[in-house]
Design a protein around this ligand. Structure first.
Ligand code: HEC
Ligand code: HEC
Length: 455
């Protein structure tokens, strides 16, 4: 990949994710926004392709672009990975055994072997993050059921294989923590420092390259912080609906943010300043059928209202129901915005990590390892496919906790959740229906889906 050709559009600085990428050999390969089954998404930002984000530092051929692509919501999609695999017979730099394959020991000698070796990447866009359990952890690993036989082999000194989705390298102005488990943003670090460290670890680990200089880190972080990505139109049958200025990435860039800007609870008490209208992108469409007579726009506005105001009971969520910040409520009545509260973005505006059950043993699929962790003090055991935040803090209570991710540009980057376990947006909504009993009727379910597709 060499060159991003900019399509000139109405406003300078907006790049359709359908931008054309010219590979090294010079043949133009259009990277259309086909991965975005909902319509078109766009990035607003200072995309200087000379930036170190696009550079290789003497490693395994990878750059940041290997796993963070504008046409795939600044993450990667299985569809995009399969195309790259087919084009290169599985030799594109994304396919490297250090963390692209299911196991570093996998046979990658033939195309067929590679198709197997990289199945988690091809099927769900998952990268294998290898992390040790912190020495001071309150728990030990007592069993590792790794379908790829890697972790189980060295049970005495295990590096857990954690299969995770690349988080978008855009909309980072709103980040309250870096990585699914926050490991690159310890409390003493600013987000900017965290991102600098993150860029360095990405380059030394994913790309197996050299340490980055302070200047290189800074230039990558400046670049990332300048990127704003969102959906700009949705397609429904043959009709394309522009989402308008309020939803554009340019306006997103102007959205105000500071850490903890909109927390629902402060020191255990409901925050009277909490604005439950977390998203205000489609207010003007509420109740108004569009000109064609259909109510597609109104449906998006209704979905926004459901996100903002539909209440349900939240219980059994570690990181919330056991958190002093929320007053340790055994259960509380909340909305999607109780957790996804950053205005018009939807991540948690505070650095919180929560367990909604995504890595629970009973949701385990055969492509993920299952770990049994035992509490050193109580002897109690828990099974999980990914201990999440507990791999950073070593705390028993943090097992299965992950950050509450931002929601803009969602449609461009399926599948969802840290382990890609939900392939499309409707699957995410169905997860929440089962987990929290939202009680949505069929129309409300479709409205919420229409809204999430339009972010
Ligand atoms: C091999 C694939 C791969 C490569 C190459 C890669 N990343 Fe990532 N990136 C990931 C994965 C996977 C995660 C999530 C890991 C986790 O949370 O444990 C991630 C997370 C991130 C995040 C965190 C975003 C957030 O919201 O917390 C940033 C920022 C990021 N990457 C930037 C970069 C940069 C900059 C580079 C190049 C120096 C890079 N990445 C190279 C796969 C990759
Ligand atoms: C109790 C807190 C909480 C509530 C309530 C909540 N979420 Fe989430 N949400 C999370 C966490 C934590 C994650 C990450 C989970 C993971 O990957 O393990 C997440 C992930 C998501 C994702 C996936 C994003 C991605 O990039 O993969 C979507 C979409 C989402 N939530 C939408 C919603 C909607 C819609 C509602 C309301 C019906 C809702 N959430 C309610 C905490 C919450």
């Amino acid at each position: 990949m060499k060159k991003i050709t900019r399509y000139s559009v109405a406003k300078a600085g907006i790049f359709f994710t359908a931008s054309v990428f010219l590979p090294m050999n010079g043949t133009a390969a259009a990277l259309r926004n086909s991965a975005n089954s909902s319509g078109i998404s766009a990035t607003f930002g200072d995309i200087d392709r000379r930036n170190d984000f696009f550079n290789e530092f003497g490693g395994n051929g990878r750059t940041c672009l290997s796993c963070h692509r504008p046409g795939e919501g600044w993450s990667i999609t299985p569809q995009g990975m399969r195309k790259r695999f087919d084009r290169s017979d599985g030799t594109d730099p994304a396919f490297r055994p250090n963390d692209g394959s299911n196991s570093p020991d996998a046979d990658v000698s033939t195309v067929d072997a590679r198709r197997l070796a990289y199945s988690a990447l091809l099927n769900k866009g998952l990268i294998r993050i290898g992390l040790p359990i912190p020495a001071s952890a309150e728990f030990t690993l007592t069993e590792a059921d790794d379908p790829y036989g890697f972790v189980s082999k060295d049970a005495a000194n295990p590096d857990l294989s954690l299969f995770r989705r690349p988080l978008p390298a855009a909309n980072l102005k709103f980040a309250s923590s870096v990585m699914w488990d926050g490991r690159e943003s310890p409390p003493t670090f600013s987000i900017r420092e965290g991102l600098g460290n993150q860029a360095n670890s990405a380059n030394t680990q994913h790309a197996q390259g050299a340490e980055l200089t302070a200047a290189q880190r800074q230039s990558i972080v400046d670049f990332e912080l300048s990127l704003f990505a969102s959906q700009i139109s949705v397609r429904d049958s043959d009709v394309s609906i522009p989402l308008g200025k309020a939803a554009s990435p340019k306006i997103l860039a102007e959205q105000r943010f500071s850490l903890g800007i909109n927390p629902p609870f402060l020191a255990g008490r409901a925050n009277s300043a909490f604005d439950n209208q977390v998203f205000k992108l489609f207010d003007r469409w509420s109740g108004r059928p569009d000109r064609s007579g259909s109510d597609r726009r109104a449906a998006i506005a209704r979905g926004q209202q459901i996100f903002n105001t539909r209440t349900f009971v939240i219980k059994g969520v570690a990181g919330l129901n056991d958190s002093a910040l929320f007053g340790k409520p055994e259960q509380l009545t909340g909305t999607c915005g109780t957790c996804h509260n950053t205005p018009n973005v939807g991540n948690s505006s505070s650095a919180l990590f929560m367990n909604t059950g995504v890595s629970d043993a009973d949701r385990r699929t055969g492509d993920l390892p299952l770990y049994t962790l035992t509490n050193k003090t109580t002897g109690e055991s828990i099974q999980t496919t990914d201990p999440g935040r507990a791999m950073v803090t070593g705390l028993w209570k943090d097992i299965g906790c992950f950050k509450v991710p931002a929601l803009r540009g969602l449609a461009a980057r399926p599948p969802y959740f840290h382990n890609g376990s939900r392939s499309e947006i409707p699957d995410v909504v169905d997860f929440y229906e089962t987990r929290f009993g939202l009680g949505l009727n069929n129309r409300e379910r479709l409205d919420l889906i229409s809204f999430l597709r339009a972010l």
